[in-house]
Structure formats: structure tokens, C-alpha cells
Design a protein around this ligand. Structure first.
Ligand code: AMP
Ligand code: GLY
Length: 421
């Protein structure tokens, strides 16, 4: 089978790597991809928003499965375009990807179907949002641009003044573009965060092993929010009791709710959960694999990923049992100095050859490109150094050890990924 992967980050590298392990796959294409992905896939010079051109390419090459890694094309309806052409594609249609594409939609869904989440109000008018904020007695409060904002559209405001400033930035100045046409104002929750990715076939759901993201740029959860500076799987706070609760009250109810709304979801639902004193609550839904969650979860998955994705498309996921190795995986992101604000590109990366032939240790590329024979930085998150170990401590030691082999100008990373003591 020929597989086409759409996207260019560390998640797509991990997806390409997982597909390459499948004995059913003999050719992988990736559009547009990056320098690391080019070692295992043929890069296609098309962007993720060129739906028709991508579908033309898949038709022409006889691609048997297209896997869409990124949220933007999914929310924009790439799956509908492929399906119309009779192409097999893994991911939700546009009417289901709204689960991530509109926080106003997902909050309304949770309220309607009794799925635990923070209490909230939604606004399309800045004046109304301002009067509501002024009436609040309890701070902090959380403001969220409803649409897609690269994981940056969430503001935690400590007092009324910063909340009013935040509302002005989101809805007035449109700091996150159209994502701020609508804004969700949410109760502030505290607790441990857990990422649970799951395969969904419209009716059935199979969760992958849990993970923990590290969203802030600096050690000890300081600095700005990023797309994710590291990850570890499994998440030690996600106990069997919590899992049981989530299955009964959150996971299956979400799949059932989408179906009842006529928005059958096929693909990956990523549950961003917070374990509060009142039990687990949904912080957000994503309609795709996490980045870098995919990098720590997929190396632990024993199933052939192509079988599982096809079962999602065919509605036969009930026949699949997901299996994960009894070990741990840690990913440390090496980023460009300045990320998530402005940073320079084009820095030569050295030490990549040290990963060749290494076992249980992977260098997933995120923002890299070829410049002549050299691999150079081309994004904020550059590499995801990932290691499997007997337990989190072992995996953590191996990942940080391997991260030391890589050098580039301005390289920075968090030192406390998977540090649980
Ligand atoms: P989101 O993009 O919705 O996952 O939000 C990004 C981050 O903001 C989350 O990972 C949390 O750390 C934080 N966050 C979001 N919603 C809340 C909330 N209601 N209470 C506290 N923190 C939140
Ligand atoms: N790492 C969080 C995300 O992919 O949204």
C-alpha cells in the first residue's frame, strides 16, 4: 500500500515512522514534510491547504490511505474533498472536526450531553463580554478564542483589568484573527493535566496510552504557552479509577453525542483533561494526534497503525484491541531560541548522525529543512528527542543523554520533562 501523510511537524514524522513499521506499507509520501521525514518518505511539494492538488496527487499515485496530521486542513474540510473523490482518508470530516475548530461548539456539546467541563459563557459581542467580566467576583478567569489559534488563544487572567485587556486583545484587536470572532469565558480549574488520544470509528472508541504535555516554554511551568516542549507516556497521575470514570462519563459520551448530532466522528479524538478535586474535566478536544503526544504514544503501540486507521474508516474498531508495551517513553523538544515568540531560522544542526542505528531512541524532526547537504532549523520546535525506557526515569535519562549529542545555534529545551520526584 502507498500512504500519504499531510503535515510537516514532529507528529507527522512519528506518523510516518509508525506507518513505515507496517509490513503492509511499501511507499510513503509526505506533503510537505521536513528534512527528517525525507529519510523515510518521498516529500511532495504541496502545502496542507491545497486540498484539490493533494487529492489529484493521491489519485495519480494510487495512494491507498491518506493520513492528515494537522488540525487546520481537517477543520477546513480536506477529508470531505478526498472522500468525494473516492479516496481512503483517515481523519474527521469538516462537520466533526468542529469539535476542535470551535470551542463554542464543543462547550455547548458538553453542556447539552452532561460531559464534565469547566462552566462557561460564550460571547460574540465585546461589550457584552466586558459587562459579564465586570460582574464576576472570582478570579482568575480563563478567556479562549473560540477558533484555531496554534494553541495560543487561551489567556488566564488574574484580575478584572487583565481580563478586560484580554477580551480587548481577542475580540477587539483580533490578536488571533478570526478565531476571536467568538470568545469563551471559562471557570479557572486547578489540577494535573492528562492527554488521552483515542481512535474513533464513528461509534466505537479505543484509547491509546495516556500522556502528559509540558506546554509552557520554561522549566517549572514558567514562561509563555507553546505547542508543547516535551511529553511523557504513560501519565503517572492517570490511574485505573480515573480511566474508568473517563470512559463512562467522557470518552464514550463524546462519541455518542457527536453521532446524535449527525456529526459522526472518525479519526483521533484527543481529550485534554484536568484532574480536579471534583473529578476529571475536559479542558479541550482536539481532532487529531497531539504534537508531541504522538511521538511518545506511537513508539509504545504494538498494533499495526494502518490496520487501526482502516478500522476507523470502516467502522470496525470494535474488532481491534489496542496494545501498548509496558514501558515508558519521553520526548524532549529542542527549540529555537526565542520560541514561541520570534526566533531565527537557518541554523546548521550537528550531531544527527549519532542517532543512526540507535535502538529505542528516535530523533523526530519538527522544524528542519535541507540547505545543500546540511540540515538546518526552519521552525520554533526543531527536533523531538525521544527515548523508550523500562520506566519514566530510565526513558528520561536516555532522552536527555541523546539530546546532548545535538547542537545548533540558539538551541534551548526544558530540563524537567518527566521529572516526577
Ligand atoms: P487549551 O488550548 O484549551 O488546552 O488550553 C491551553 C492550556 O491552558 C491548558 O493546557 C491549560 O493548562 C490551560 N487551561 C485551559 N483551560 C483552563 C481552565 N478552565 N482552567 C485552568 N487552566 C486552563
Ligand atoms: N501538545 C498539544 C497539542 O498537540 O495540542
Amino acid at each position: 500500500m502507498k500512504v500519504l501523510i499531510v503535515g510537516s511537524g514532529g507528529r507527522e514524522h512519528a506518523l510516518a515512522w509508525a506507518c513505515a513499521r507496517s509490513p503492509r506499507v511499501d511507499k510513503i509520501y509526505c506533503a510537505p514534510g521536513n528534512a527528517g521525514i525525507s529519510k523515510i518518505a518521498e516529500l511532495v511539494p504541496l502545502k496542507a491547504d491545497q486540498f484539490e492538488e493533494l487529492a489529484d496527487f493521491a489519485m495519480e499515485k494510487g495512494v491507498g490511505l491518506t493520513v492528515v496530521g494537522m488540525d487546520d486542513p481537517l477543520v477546513g474540510g480536506i477529508v470531505d474533498v478526498f472522500e468525494k473523490r473516492g479516496l481512503r482518508v483517515f481523519g474527521p470530516r469538516r462537520n466533526a472536526a468542529i469539535l476542535e475548530g470551535s470551542k463554542a461548539f464543543s462547550k455547548e456539546l458538553m453542556k447539552k450531553y452532561g460531559i464534565p467541563t469547566a462552566s462557561y459563557e460564550t460571547f460574540t459581542d465585546l461589550g457584552e463580554a466586558r459587562s459579564y467580566l465586570t460582574s464576576l467576583e472570582k478570579f482568575p478567569v480563563v478567556l479562549k478564542a473560540s477558533g484555531l489559534a496554534l494553541g495560543k488563544g487561551v489567556l488566564i487572567c488574574e484580575d478584572l483589568q487583565s481580563a478586560l485587556d484580554g477580551a480587548q486583545a481577542i475580540m477587539g484587536e483580533k490578536k488571533f484573527g478570526q478565531a476571536g470572532d467568538e470568545m469563551v469565558v471559562e471557570e479557572f480549574l486547578t489540577g494535573r493535566e492528562v492527554s488521552v488520544l483515542s481512535f474513533v470509528d464513528g461509534t466505537h472508541i479505543r484509547e491509546m496510552s495516556s500522556a502528559q504535555d509540558y506546554k509552557r516554554a520554561g522549566d517549572g511551568d514558567t514562561g509563555l504557552n507553546t505547542g508543547g516542549m516535551g511529553n511523557v507516556s504513560p501519565n503517572p497521575w492517570y490511574t485505573e479509577d480515573i480511566q474508568r470514570f473517563c470512559r463512562e462519563k467522557i470518552f464514550q459520551p463524546t462519541v455518542d453525542a457527536m453521532k446524535a448530532e449527525g456529526r459522526e466522528f472518525k479519526g483521533v479524538i484527543f481529550f485534554g483533561l484536568m484532574l480536579t478535586e471534583d473529578g476529571p474535566k475536559v479542558l479541550e478536544y482536539n481532532c487529531r494526534f497531539g504534537d508531541p503526544e504522538a511521538q511518545v504514544v506511537l513508539p509504545r503501540m504494538e498494533n499495526d497503525i494502518v490496520d487501526v486507521m482502516e478500522a476507523c474508516i470502516d467502522g470496525t474498531l470494535d474488532q481491534i484491541e489496542l496494545r501498548f508495551t509496558d514501558n515508558a517513553c519521553v520526548c524532549v523538544v529542542l527549540a529555537s531560541g526565542g520560541y514561541p515568540s520570534s526566533y531565527e531560522k537557518g541554523k546548521v544542526i550537528s550531531g544527527l548522525e549519532s542517532f543512526e542505528g540507535m535502538k529505542n531512541c528516535y530523533c523526530f524532526h519538527a522544524g528542519t529543512a535541507m540547505q545543500g547537504d546540511a540540515v538546518v532549523t526552519s521552525g520554533g520546535r526543531v527536533l523531538g528527542i525521544t527515548a523508550l525506557g523500562a520506566d519514566t526515569e530510565d526513558a528520561r535519562r536516555k532522552a536527555y543523554g541523546a539530546a546532548g549529542n545535538i547542537e545548533f545555534d540558539g538551541k534551548y529545551y526544558r530540563h524537567d520533562i518527566a521529572e516526577f520526584h
